[in-house]
Design a protein around this ligand. Structure first.
Ligand code: C5P
Length: 247
């Protein structure tokens, strides 16, 4: 199934820029370079552990949609508390590991409910999504180290179903698994896909990659792109080039 993107703004809104920087200064410089382009911004653990809630608040003040990619995985009560704190930050999307189990994912949703009760009627509900099998996991690591049988694809689809059963609204997965996830969980179940490389970009440590256009042709809802933008000589031209490939 193809996700059709009609306007440049619509395409930009489906591109999650991975702000993988060690400080607010580095990320701030990129934001200046991309000023006026309405991309989604993804804050992961490197930046959040360094710059914290204040940086997230500054992104929201600038009008960005924010995906807080902290991949929580702990006992349900702790994840519930973490989710409550995250929901209070006003982010649009955050995630927990599906490997933490159904109770843990349900606890994350309870934490969101608790935060929203405190925030009042106007507060928007963040999308909570599950991390399936990390795109860096090879077949050998899955079977021999993690101890899960079967293929990576089977593990991903099983995690996606579990996340859906727990009430989550989507998952993070490789674009190569989008078709199977949508078949198993329905077209409305959101997929967020890293492992994206525009044609000609360096792969770095991503191995199972797809171009942005191919990922949307698979039906993905959002693509996560880091180094092809953050490491480009001209990040603004890199983003514009990706948008050109989508509209
Ligand atoms: O630089 P690159 O485009 O490879 O960045 C990908 C981003 O997506 C990183 O922030 C990484 O943490 C994140 N990610 C990933 N694979 C997953 C989940 C998240 O690459 N399975």
């Amino acid at each position: 199934m193809t996700t059709s993107l009609r306007t440049r703004a619509e395409a930009a809104g489906r591109i999650m820029v991975a702000l993988d920087y060690p400080s607010a200064e580095g990320a701030g410089k990129l934001l200046e370079q991309l000023s006026g382009i309405p991309c989604y911004m993804k804050v992961g653990m490197q930046l959040f552990y360094a710059a914290g809630p204040g940086f997230v608040a500054s992104l929201k003040d600038k009008g960005y949609h924010v995906f807080l990619d902290l991949k929580m995985h702990d006992i349900p009560n702790t994840v519930k508390g973490g989710a409550e704190s995250i929901a209070r930050l006003g982010v649009d999307v955050f995630n927990v590991h599906a490997a933490g189990g159904k109770l843990m994912m349900e606890a994350a949703l309870e934490g969101v409910d608790k935060a929203l009760t405190g925030l009042g009627a106007g507060a928007a509900r963040p999308l909570v999504i599950g991390v399936t099998q990390l795109t860096s996991t090879s077949q050998q690591v899955l079977n021999d180290e993690i101890g899960l049988p079967g293929t990576v694809e089977q593990a991903v689809v099983r995690y996606a179903r579990l996340a859906q059963e727990a009430g989550l609204q989507g998952v993070v997965a490789s674009p190569l698994e989008v078709t199977q996830i949508k078949a198993a969980c329905g077209a409305g179940f959101v997929t967020v896909t890293p492992g994206i490389r525009p044609a000609g970009a360096e792969l770095a440590d991503q191995t199972r990659v797809m171009t942005p256009a191919a990922a949307f042709a698979q039906g993905t809802d959002y693509v996560v792109i880091g180094r092809p933008i953050t490491g480009a000589a001209d990040p603004r031209a890199a983003v514009e080039g990706i948008i050109d490939s989508l509209v």
